[in-house]
Design a binder for this molecule. Structure first.
Ligand code: FAD
Ligand code: NAP
Length: 302
């Protein structure tokens, strides 16, 4: 029986585990992959206080390493379902059922799919959702980045380290990304823009991407452009299907909480990107995690 189980070892989950363990609780940190979550797919982090610049994988390890010393049990597994038995919660993976007095859901968010012809066919053969993972395979090529938010612009900048050129296609004529990223993109002579346009189809020669059909949303005109790779950054969907049976999500799958990170079910907390909130960042994820670690302690003390 754990005092608390944290599902997800991203920055939110690792911070919750840190605070709960420092409150002397028996903590299980259940993760399906490498600790770090989305940080593992981020090359340069420039807005985490205390570090002018740190790579995502380095920050992940710095957050993870102290947990073992504090006695946090790192459990590998994909949580498939959670059952709320009142005082006890059952956390189920394919092979095990873990019992815990409280639960912290820190399962984050994952990239959204574009849903156009060719996307699935050429996934990993020119279509990518991770510049850090795949960028180096596209040396000296012309690349397309889809989206206008922080991820699209930041990753387009990263791709200029390898690519001959990077074109950002955005459905409006203004970027959503932070001003500092916009300024850098506009100043980078390897980056071009296609405004007011959406991807219609990703085309290839059967083994790799060769071109993309782009439609202007104002005129309806479709044009074909040669690209060797397409990086898609059009936002995030919550990862919350494992708690769908608990009726704690909103209609889109995000989890509403109060300011103590409590969901509407007693003893079940939610933190980080999976939570219904405005700003999804590493700093806000660790803030949520700290609050939840203490909330769990208070809940168990009561
Ligand atoms: P996540 O990081 O998504 O971690 C969730 C964890 O839960 C994952 O490890 C996942 O494997 C695990 N998990 C999910 N489901 C299960 C399951 N069923 N069973 C077991 N484990 C499960 N933010 C910044 O502040 N600065 C940046 O520079 C920055 N750059 C970014 C660049 C990109 C390309 C992206 C996509 C995001 C970036 N962000 C940045 C946002 C930041 O990474 C997220 O806000 C943050 O990682 C959210 O943390 P989290 O712990 O809530 O979730
Ligand atoms: P986002 O902020 O939701 O932006 C998604 C972008 O994709 C928007 O520009 C949106 O257009 C566009 N889009 C959405 N659906 C589309 C579709 N079907 N077709 C074409 N375009 C579409 O998502 P994100 O950029 O992935 O960022 C996610 C979160 O992580 C944010 O909270 C962000 O701040 C954070 N993050 C932070 C950093 C950083 O701090 N350096 C870096 C990366 C990410 P519209 O603008 O028209 O809506």
């Amino acid at each position: 029986m754990y005092d608390t189980i944290v599902i997800g070892a991203g920055p939110a989950g690792m911070t919750a585990a840190l605070y709960a363990a420092r409150s002397n609780l028996k903590v299980g940190l259940l993760e399906q992959g490498a600790p770090g979550g989305q940080m593992n797919n981020t090359a340069d982090i420039e807005n985490y206080p205390g570090f002018e610049l740190i790579s995502g994988p380095d920050l992940s390890m710095k957050m993870f390493e102290p947990l073992e010393k504090l006695g946090v049990e790192h459990i590998y597994g994909i949580v498939e379902e959670v059952e709320d038995k009142g005082q006890t919660k059952l956390v189920k993976t394919a092979d095990e059922v873990y019992e815990t007095k409280s639960l912290i859901v820190a399962t984050g968010a994952k990239h959204r799919l574009l849903g156009v012809a060719g996307e699935a066919d050429y996934s990993s053969r020119g279509v990518s959702y991770c510049a850090v993972c795949d960028g180096a395979f596209f040396r000296d090529q012309d690349l397309l980045v889809v989206g206008g938010g922080d991820s699209a612009v930041e990753e387009a900048l990263f791709l200029t380290r390898f690519a001959k050129s990077v074109t950002i296609v955005h459905r409006r004529d203004q970027l959503r990304a932070q001003k500092v990223l916009q300024d850098r993109a506009f100043a980078n002579n390897k980056i071009n823009f296609i405004w007011d346009s959406v991807v219609k189809e990703i085309k290839g020669d059967g083994s790799k991407v060769t071109s993309v059909d782009v439609e202007n949303v104002n005129t309806g005109e479709v044009s074909n452009h040669a690209f060797g790779g397409v990086f898609i950054y059009i936002g995030l969907d919550p990862v919350s299907q494992m708690v769908s049976g608990l009726d704690i999500t909103d209609q889109d799958g995000w989890i509403p909480t109060d300011d103590q990170m409590a969901t509407k079910r007693t003893g079940i907390f939610a933190i980080g990107d999976v939570r219904q909130k405005n700003l999804r960042q590493i700093t806000t994820a660790v803030g949520d995690g700290a609050t939840a670690g203490i909330s769990v302690y208070n809940y168990l003390a009561e």
